[in-house]
Design a protein around this ligand. Sequence first.
Ligand code: C2E
Ligand code: CA
Ligand code: CA
Length: 710
Amino acid sequence: MPAAPFPPPTPATRRGLWPTRIAWRLALGLGVLVGLVLLALLQSGWQLRLMSDLTQRFATGDMQRLLRVQALTLQTEGVGSALVRLVHAPREDRVKEYTDVDARNRTLDGIIESLSEGLKDVEQEATLRRLVEARTTYAEAFIATVDEIEADNLPAAARALNDQVNPALNAMLRESGALLQRERQRVEEQLAAAQSLFERVALWVGAASLLGVALAAVVAWRTTRSVVAPLARLETAALQIAQGDYRHRMPDTGTQEVDRVGQALNTMADAVAQREQQIVRLAYQDSLTGLPNRTALLYPQHPVPEGYNALLLIDLARLKAINETLGFATGDTLIKELATRSQAVLQTAMARGWVGPRGVVARLAGGSFAMAVRAASRHEVEQLRLALSAAMAQSVACSGHSVDLAIACGLAGAETQDAVAANALLRNAEVALHSAKRAALDHTWYSAAQEAARLDHLSLVSDLRTAVAQSQLQMWLQPKLSLQTGQPVGAEALVRWVHPQRGFVSPAEFVPFAEQTGYITMVTDWMLDQALHTLQRWASTYPQLSIAVNLSTRDLQDPGFALRVAAKVAASGVDPQRLRLEVTESGVMQDAVKSLALLHALRAVGMPLSIDDFGTGYSSLAYLQKMPVSELKIDRSFVDGIDAAPASQRLVKAMIEMGHGLDLVVTAEGVETTAERDMLISLGCDVMQGYLGSKPLHGDVMETWLLSNT
Ligand code: C2E
Ligand code: CA
Ligand code: CA
């Protein structure tokens, strides 16, 4: 699935003056609140100042004037009575009375003068002018009265007092009364003004507080909503992503912080989607060759339009041996080369129209590849196979070696035009490949008979138990010959199964299954008994010959095995030296510690041990030194055609020298020609085993062979 390009994350869009960041919103909200509080405080302070000014003015100005006007009235009345006392006072007291009257007059003048200061009322000014005039009249009348007193004309003085002074004083009293009246009125007005100011301030502060609370509520609500609502949308979107909808984008919430989290989630979703694609790719693609894998072939992500009706199962021969001898890098190179070449063959076949245009090459496992195609008939598939083997003809050069790309093919399908399920095709091709390998052919077509054989195979394993009980097994012996004297030195015991229905069954067919199921231990025990029997018989005729029995991995892991063998040998009375036991390197390596302990136990009983199939396993020289073995059997694959292969010669020479260095007898397996034998002699090999000496033989045939060969 190709990655769909995701739209880039968009920055939060501005909505009017409303800020896009939560921080700014909070700052704005708090700022508005602080501003309102400051404004309310300022306004209240200003109003309070106005009020204090007013009270100040009231206390210093108006109230004092009122008091002064009251004092004026009192003083005016006081002057009247002081004058009466002066007129009637005896001569010697007059000076005192004069002083009193003078002082009162001065006070009067002082009050009048102070009243005229800072007067802003027109009416009051007029009243004050009339008061001043009355004061002038009173001054003149006072002087006239004093003149009469000084002339000792007291009746005239009393008259002047009555007629002139008292009316003037009364006029003054009248005017000061008017002044008082007016001042009282002013004070009342001031009080009313102050009252209304108080009320206004209270109203203002109340309104400002109300407004502040309302604004604060609005800001708080909007801020909260602007945080909670985007978070809720984010949550919904995140849940959608969690459900696998990676292409779902976080909505633009208009809030920077939330959008940043949203963008982070988008990035995360992209990364997860990418990784998931990668996982899917890994799940459907073979990492070594880049080809589709088994899963991709059997469970395609998208249905194959016309389907397949034929399948070629290609198997790279001897991959295990190549990995073990030339290393995994070489094995990988071969696999990649096989992938490239079969891919190219398929492309050409599709281009030429031999097969439909939607064929596929998949790597199933190891050196196993499948080519699934749509073909008109078997003929086209056969053409494809021929092209494949032609493409593999040229050997591959890797790290100094030239390695053949030998392949075997199992072919299935193309009987009709109908599409066949890939797994059915693959299963049939596997059956075909299996029978091709068994028959040592480079290819076979699947047939129903093979299927029957395959099913038989399965029942075979369950038959094995009865086989042992009913003596369907046979021990065949293959002689081993000294390369120095040409004389037989012993034989290897090889099991054969004569099945009542199927006839002769090769050990290559059932030994691996018997090993898997554990029945092999019964086979080993049976073979040991047979070998000991034969050795008993040979004790007088061929005391120099040994018989080698093959042990399986299972035997090597059975802790009771050594004791069992020891008991068998003791019971038979056979010299343990004459019973050899063959183990493979890979068999020992499965559980090296356990196996080595067992090998030492067996060796202690007296049986000599051999390393079988040497050169095909992983084992190192270091391990070989630890094994208590006395014979090294070089695997058949190194011997095959050794006379014409200098590389094999060098290798086998090294193996022989190494074996001799460890005091081992070196045996070559699978010697088929005299040329191979002669080459082995010249390389210093000790013993040979193979068809050249003799094929494995049974019963009387073996006895006859011995008679004519010793
Ligand atoms: P192996 O132990 O390597 O036995 C040698 C195999 O090579 C035998 O095959 C033998 O018939 C074959 N052979 C001998 N000389 C030649 C030759 O010159 N050319 C060719 N091409 N082949 C030759 P066989 O009997 O089919 O046994 C196959 C394998 O089955 C044995 O390989 C061994 O691993 C296993 N096997 C056989 N008998 C027993 C047994 O009694 N117990 C166990 N555990 N495994 C057994
Ligand atoms: Ca063997
Ligand atoms: Ca062998």
